[in-house]
Structure formats: C-alpha cells, structure tokens
Design a protein around this ligand. Structure first.
Ligand code: GDP
Ligand code: MG
Length: 436
C-alpha cells in the first residue's frame, strides 16, 4: 500500500504547480492503492471523494504548496477514517475483566500475554491470565508458557471442558489472590460458525466483562470485515486489536474494520515477541501507510525498553574508559528486546524503502554474540589483551574466523572512541574527529 501511495503522492510532493487533472489522477491512484490493500470498494471511493471535495474547497490549485496540502488532506482524511484519539482499555472493575474474541490463529493467546505484560509494566496492575480454550490441551500449555515467560499467573483447569465455568472460576481465583485484572483467553475456529459464536456469547453473558476485545489478523484482508461484523453483531465488542501488523503487512484492514463496525482499534501487534505491542494511533498509522515512518512509536518503544539505570551505569563506564564487551553484549540485548530489527528499521522514514531488499533479522547479532561469549571475562573487560593467539582461540570457540574477530574488535574500538567523544567534548570533538 505505502509504495503505491508513495508513487501517487510523489507526483504532488515535488510539484510547484498542479492542475485539476493532476488532483484527479492522484486520487485515482490513491483509490487504487486502497483497493489493493483490500480496503472495501465503497469505503475507498467515499474516501477519495471526500478528499477531492476538501481539496477543491481549500483551493489546492492556487495554494503555494499544493503538493504538501494534498498530502496533508489525504493524511488527515485517512486518520479520521481510522478513528479519533487513541482509546485505552476500561480498567474500572475490581478485578477488571477483559474478554478476548476472534478466529483461531488471529493472535488471541499471544495478545493476551502481551496485554498482561503491558499492564503489569504499569506497576499498579496485577493481571491474571485465564485459559478458556478447552479444545486443544496445547492451547492451555501455550498460555502457561507465555505466563511463565512473563512471570504472570495463569489460571487453567485441564479436566474441565466448560469454558463458562472456567472463566467464572478464574475470576473467583483472581479475587482471592489479589489480581486486579483478568484476561480471558478463549478458543476460536478457523471460520465463523454457530458453535463458536454460541460459546463466546455464553461466556460474555455469564461474566459481563468490562472490556471485550476482538482480535483480528491484519493480513486477512476483506475477510476481516466480515468476521468483525459477525463478532460485533453478537458481542457488541468495545475495541479491535489488529495483529501481525509487522513487516510489510498492508494496513487495509484497519481502514475497513473501523468503517464497518465503527469501533476503535485499540492496540496493534507488531511481532511474535511479547514486547511487540503498540497503542494504536490513527495518525501514526496514516503516516505509516503513507510511508512517512512511525517515528514516534519507535521512540516510545525504545524508551520503554531501555532501562535508564543501565544507561547511567554505562555512561559512567564510558567516562572512566571501562566500557567493555560485557556492556556491549547488554546493549545488543537491549536492542533485541525492542523487537524485530526489520520492524524497527521500517519505522524510520525512508529507511523502509532503502532496506527493502536487505534481510535484517536478529541473526545479524548472532556472530557478534558468539564471539563475545567465547571471550574470557578478562578479555571482555579489557579487550586490549586480545593478541593473535587469543584471537585464534576466540574464532575457533565461536565458529567464526580470525577476520571476523578482528572486525568486531575494530568496530568496538571505533565505537568506544566515538562514545568517549560524545561523552566528553561532545559535539566539538566529534566534528573534529569527522574532519579527520
Ligand atoms: P490464537 O489462536 O488466536 O490464540 O492465536 P495465537 O496467539 O496462537 O497466534 C497464532 C500465531 O500468530 C502464532 O504463531 C503467533 O506467534 C503469531 N502471532 C501472533 N501475533 C502476532 C504478531 O503481531 N505478529 C506476528 N508476526 N505474528 C503473530
Ligand atoms: Mg489461542
């Protein structure tokens, strides 16, 4: 989607002058791009018509920067279409009960974990996960794995095949154990059918959750709209969770679902890891669709993951010239915690396009990590002692070559120097270094 829109808007961005034909052409391209992203035909048409009206109303043709104005109009309209300000989750109950709904494979179990972790990080929340997918023993285990990984309690009852009873018992368990949030993970099926709808509807009636969320795989395209409508008819849910919005997934589902069920999209899932959760901001999503990059999200996520204490410690070490490979390893782990490298890079404006053909993933760090792991503690804290024979040993131990070890040492030295300069003389020294 973004590529097509990019092309369409490119015509306008650079141009000082613009004609009515130009506007029509551009909007035709915008509409095509939306259709390509599986946005409903009617919605796409209404969208471009609205933009056209606004463009003419604001006299795009005689404005100083018609291209800029068009981009703004398209962006604003896209933002409006996807919803207003970000809406949170209703946590007014004690405990607050959150019910997950959606098809099998949409990402309910994964998102249950992500949300529990997200709320747990808010300090005042002590979530409990409840496993109500009674059809596959593996589904219960999956939730336990997630809970263990996050250090979050999970309530399940393997002998019981009544999801309503389990949900109720889970809530009772939460009350007894001081949990103030209960997240109920449910079973889904591959397609909408009566049995599934009856089941989720029964759970919903019995527990009357504060918040019912509909989880949908953003890659399902047009079908997402049909499923969303079916679930909304039964549950009148409170919000939508758009999962698998990573890599180059098209954002079309966001646009259509919002228009059809008129419920806010609350969160997005952007990867398989538990940290890959973001609040949904319509304007950022519009930016992303338009290829402007989701910088604000990137910065926010980086901030959340980066432990300030750790940062201060590292700064001190740099100042004292004590920054070693152990610290370097920690930094790599910080970066990895932020999520998939490709997703992160995709959020930087312009970089998405640049890096399209480059395959970057967490493996990029594997060699580096292996080399550092093969170093002795002494070598890590004082890399200067690494001589030729040590390099040979490290290469062997890590399954890399001496060249690779050399390269890492060289990079590390450069980085240390750079960091030292940024700490001390700041900009001035940097500039001098760059001038050589
Ligand atoms: P459920 O059947 O609705 O409970 O779905 P699961 O939570 O088991 O997820 C199904 C698959 O989708 C699993 O392999 C997840 O790892 C994967 N998945 C879930 N959310 C995301 C996401 O945001 N991005 C990606 N890339 N994969 C996801
Ligand atoms: Mg599941």
């Amino acid at each position: 989607l973004s590529e097509k829109l990019d092309k369409a808007l490119h015509v306008l961005k650079g141009h000082g002058s613009i004609t009515e034909v130009n506007v029509a052409e551009t909007l035709k391209e915008v509409r095509r791009a939306l259709l390509d992203a599986d946005v409903n035909f009617k919605i796409a048409k209404e969208f471009t018509n609205r933009v056209k009206e606004k463009a003419l109303g604001q006299d795009v043709l005689t404005s100083l920067q018609p291209g800029q104005l068009m981009v703004k109009l398209v962006k604003d309209e896209l933002t409006e279409l996807m919803g207003g300000d970000a809406e949170g989750i209703n946590l007014s109950g004690n405990p607050s009960v959150i019910l997950m709904s959606g098809l099998q494979g949409s990402g309910k179990t994964t998102f249950s974990g992500k949300l529990a972790n997200y709320l747990k990080n808010k300090k005042t929340k002590k979530p409990l996960l409840v496993a109500c997918d009674v059809y596959r023993p593996a589904a219960i285990d999956q939730l336990h794995v997630v809970g263990d990984q996050l250090n979050i309690d999970v309530y399940s009852d393997k002998g019981n095949n009544d999801p309503v009873a389990i949900a109720q018992a889970g809530i009772a368990h939460a009350k007894q154990n001081g949990h103030n949030v209960v997240i109920i993970d449910t079973a889904g099926r591959l397609a909408v059918d009566k049995a599934m709808m009856d089941e989720i509807s029964n759970i919903h009636k019995a527990i009357q959750p504060q918040e019912t969320l509909f989880v949908v795989d953003s890659m399902t395209g047009q079908d997402a709209v049909i499923t969303a409508k079916a679930f909304n008819d039964i549950l009148n849910f409170d919000g939508v969770i758009l999962t698998k919005l990573d890599g180059d997934t098209r954002g079309g589902a966001a646009i259509s679902i919002k228009s059809v069920v008129n419920k806010p999209i609350k969160f997005i899932g952007t990867g398989e890891k538990m940290e890959a959760i973001d609040v949904f901001y319509p304007s950022r999503m519009a930016d992303r669709i338009l290829g402007m990059g989701d910088v604000v999200s990137l910065v926010e996520r980086a901030q959340e993951q980066y432990d300030e204490e750790e940062a201060r410690k590292i700064q001190k070490k740099i100042a004292k010239n004590q920054f070693g490979f152990d610290d370097f390893l920690k930094q790599i782990q910080q970066i990895k915690k932020m999520g998939n490298m490709k997703d992160l890079i995709g959020m930087i404006p312009g970089a998405g396009k640049m890096m399209k053909d480059v395959d970057i993933d967490d493996d990029a760090f594997k060699g580096i990590e292996a080399i550092i792991h093969s170093m002795t503690p002494d070598e890590r804290s004082n890399p200067a002692v690494i001589n030729a024979s040590r390099k040979k040993r490290i290469g062997k131990g890590s399954g890399t070559s001496v060249q690779e070890v050399n390269q890492l040492l060289k990079q590390f030295n450069q980085m240390s120097k750079m960091m030292k300069m940024m700490q001390g003389g700041k900009g001035k020294a940097m500039m001098q270094a760059m001038k050589g």
